[in-house]
Design a protein around this ligand. Structure first.
Ligand SMILES: [Zn+2]
Length: 64
């Protein structure tokens, strides 16, 4: 799943690696623009569209 860089807000960055940890996936990203690295943990068991939208909004807000 693509994500937005929390440092420079470059959008649609594909994960450099995805790891499965139990019922969660951990996507690791590196921004091609500013080289910032981060990871996003997604809980597959509780996964829903509403959940995903909330997570994205939280990511954007913490970047601002
Ligand atoms: Zn960036």
């Amino acid at each position: 799943m693509k994500d937005t860089c929390p440092a420079c807000l470059t959008r649609d960055i594909a994960p450099a690696e995805s790891r499965r940890r139990g019922d969660r996936t951990v996507d690791g990203y590196q921004c091609p623009n500013c080289r910032h690295t981060w990871a996003t943990v997604r809980d597959l068991a509780a996964y829903s569209d509403i959940h995903a939208r909330r997570a994205q909004r939280r990511t954007r807000r913490s970047a601002a």
